[in-house]
Design a protein around this ligand. Structure first.
Ligand SMILES: NC(=O)c1ccc[n+]([C@@H]2O[C@H](COP(=O)([O-])OP(=O)(O)OC[C@H]3O[C@@H](n4cnc5c(N)ncnc54)[C@H](O)[C@@H]3O)[C@@H](O)[C@H]2O)c1
Length: 277
């Protein structure tokens, strides 16, 4: 029998692409799950799980949902580049509600952060997890804020948290960039499992990418603390995706790819710009 958490797990964003898949995986391990989302759960509720509709803006609802939980897997919120006002409620205020609930329950938070928190680093740069944030969008900025929220709640309140900077988590990589950034669903599942079961994690940051040969951008992180390493690789898709690039000078220059483009109002970069930060 596989190891199980001693307290229930709260999974936000359960109706989303990753949440649905993760709910099915964790339920299959026999874990007790509380699923929540603002949108209805699109599947049959898995055994050992219940689903409650809630808005991340509703702090009281989140306090109730988190009662007795040992871990909050926080996947809910705006998940693409959107205007500031749309990101503000779910991703900024919602994060505060999640951390207040975790503080009250002495629960661990596992936060679905994003590569878009560091998206304006050049693709030629290899980053350690303690690199500067360089968000590429208000969405990426909200993920940087979420990671810093974890920093604050660990330092001030001892709320443990793991921040997973997810690259591109889809059933299969879709373009040339994803040959570097792809995270398979199976690698995500095991990572979330390990983040929940691991011993002390403090405030940790893990790059969420599979074992892709092209992933030269992201290196030292805290994966050893949680006991995870990826087993899948985008390499098998290289033949069909090589050369499938965006055609944008900006997107191809930066790690965040297409998220760097909307609203971009600097002159198109040239190599001579490299150090003009
Ligand atoms: N899929 C990826 O490649 C990827 C990459 C980086 C980060 N992430 C992060 O992982 C998480 C899951 O991603 P996904 O691809 O499943 O996204 P998704 O958009 O499919 O799921 C997000 C879920 O959050 C819910 N949500 C939005 N606003 C809400 C609110 N106010 N209250 C409650 N729920 C709300 C949505 O209804 C949705 O079901 C997100 O936080 C996303 O930012 C995903």
């Amino acid at each position: 029998m596989t190891e199980r958490p001693t307290r229930p797990i709260l999974l936000t964003g359960a109706s989303g692409a990753l949440g649905r898949s993760l709910a099915a995986y964790l339920a299959g391990l026999g874990w007790e799950l509380r699923l929540t989302d603002i949108a209805p759960f699109p599947d049959a509720t898995p055994p050992g799980a219940d689903f409650t509709t809630a808005d991340l803006n509703d702090g009281v609802a989140l306090l109730r949902l988190a009662e007795g939980c040992g871990t909050i897997l926080h996947l809910g919120g705006v998940s693409t580049a959107q205007p500031f006002e749309d990101v503000l409620g779910p991703n900024i205020r919602g994060l505060y509600h999640i951390y207040e609930a975790a503080r009250r329950e002495h629960a661990r938070v596992v936060f679905a952060s994003s590569n878009h928190s560091i998206g304006f680093h050049e693709r030629t740069t290899a980053l350690d997890a303690d690199c500067d944030f360089r968000p590429d969008s208000f969405y990426g900025l909200s993920k940087a804020y979420g990671e810093l929220m974890g920093r604050l709640y660990w330092d001030k309140h001892g709320v443990e948290n793991v921040n997973i900077r997810i690259g591109s988590c889809f059933p299969e990589p879709r373009d040339d960039r994803m040959l570097a950034t792809w995270l398979s669903y199976a690698d995500l599942h095991r990572l979330m499992q390990r983040c929940t079961l691991a011993g002390p994690v403090g405030h940790s940051v893990v790059w969420g990418a599979s074992a892709n040969t092209r992933m030269t951008w992201w290196r030292r992180d805290h994966r050893a603390r949680v006991g995870w390493s990826p087993t899948d690789s985008a390499d098998v898709f290289a033949g069909q995706l090589a050369g499938k690039t965006s055609g944008s000078v900006v997107a191809e220059r930066y790690q965040g790819g297409g998220y760097c483009i909307p609203g971009y109002s600097r002159e198109a970069p040239s190599p001579a710009d490299l150090f003009k930060d």
